[in-house]
Design a protein around this ligand. Structure first.
Ligand code: AMP
Ligand code: MG
Ligand code: MG
Length: 304
């Protein structure tokens, strides 16, 4: 049998690693010893963030040494203890049929953005539903594939954990997207970083309802499942590892994830990690929502 393209092999490894990172996250939560370190204001790191990142990046770097792999946590991936290494890989991903562009991508052209635990603040407060593991793949500065794993998602058989993933131009897997009604506007935004500007921008969307949940990944899941119409965060603060996987999934099914000005983020390996101009994601009517961002909110960004 022909060997699968390198991008597909990297995604297959990462789908498997995201789920096993989820097992580590649940295991560490159960110990009750999160060993929280403050990286900055409102920016904690727990033992689960550290172990999940070492597991994912330590395993990927050994198998794909030519790719660029960037993780949220400042850790040396060569330092991983041997029991955290895994070369497991999802058979379902390896079976996917790829188009020519995917075949042409070389290992050294791939940039992987890893958020080993998105929603750490909420995780530490016990809101485990808000936690996700995010692995995004970029090629030529654009998201090409994305994985969102929810360690605490309750499956019908009372098993925990599910993985949503997508490859641009191929498809999305692990969930079903249904187009939400056109005449409603449910906005989803931050739970722990609310400010006047955030509130003003949400109100400008003319929402019927506002949901406040933690994490870029969880907000994106609710958008992907039609539970919300607009994911809006009109502030600097999210990073490329928060948005790369999310954008890949949203764009694969025809939605858009941009900054609040409607411009796409870039995901080259040399890019600034921070998303300076906020996040706005929708599955439909994107331009309409961009145009509703008030001048007063636009002016809070240094661009203007
Ligand atoms: P939130 O919407 O507040 O749950 O944030 C989504 C993601 O972006 C989380 O991973 C946060 O860690 C990150 N984030 C957003 N704003 C900030 C900020 N001001 N400082 C640090 N991290 C942030
Ligand atoms: Mg995050
Ligand atoms: Mg994180």
């Amino acid at each position: 049998m022909a060997v699968a393209p390198i991008l597909l092999r990297m995604v297959a490894s990462s789908v498997s690693l995201a789920a096993s990172a989820g097992q580590h996250i649940r295991r560490i939560m159960k110990t009750g010893h999160l060993e929280v370190i403050d990286k900055g204001i409102n920016d904690p790191q727990t033992e689960a963030d550290r172990v999940a990142q070492q597991h994912i990046i330590g395993s990927l770097i050994r198998q794909y040494p030519k790719a660029t792999i960037i993780g949220e946590e400042d850790l040396d991936p060569n330092d991983i203890s041997p029991e955290l290494f895994s070369s497991d890989s999802s058979e379902d991903v390896l079976k996917l049929k790829c188009h020519e562009k995917i075949h042409s991508i070389k290992e050294e052209d791939v940039v992987v953005w890893v958020d080993p635990l998105d929603g750490t603040r909420e995780f530490a407060q016990g809101f485990t539903d808000h936690v996700t593991v995010l692995i995004g793949f970029a090629f030529e500065g654009k998201p090409i594939a994305g994985i969102i794993h929810q360690p605490y998602y309750k499956n019908s058989e009372s098993r925990l954990g599910r993985t949503l993933y997508g490859i641009v131009g191929i498809g999305t897997y692990g969930f079903t997207y249904t187009t939400p009604p056109n005449d409603r506007c449910i906005v989803i935004s931050t739970k722990s970083r609310i400010s006047q500007v955030i509130t003003d921008s949400i109100n400008a969307m003319k929402p019927d309802k506002v949901l406040h949940v933690g994490g870029a990944g969880y907000k994106t899941v609710l958008l992907l499942e039609g539970a919300a119409d607009v994911y809006l965060y009109a502030s600097k603060g999210t990073k490329k590892w928060d948005t790369c996987a999310c954008e890949a999934l949203v764009e694969t099914i025809g939605g858009k994830l941009t900054d609040v000005f409607g411009n796409h983020m870039q995901y080259h390996k040399t890019v600034e990690h921070i998303n300076e101009f906020g996040v706005l994601a929708t599955m439909q009517n994107h331009d309409r929502y961009v145009s509703r961002i008030p001048i007063s909110v636009r002016n809070t960004f240094s661009k203007i």
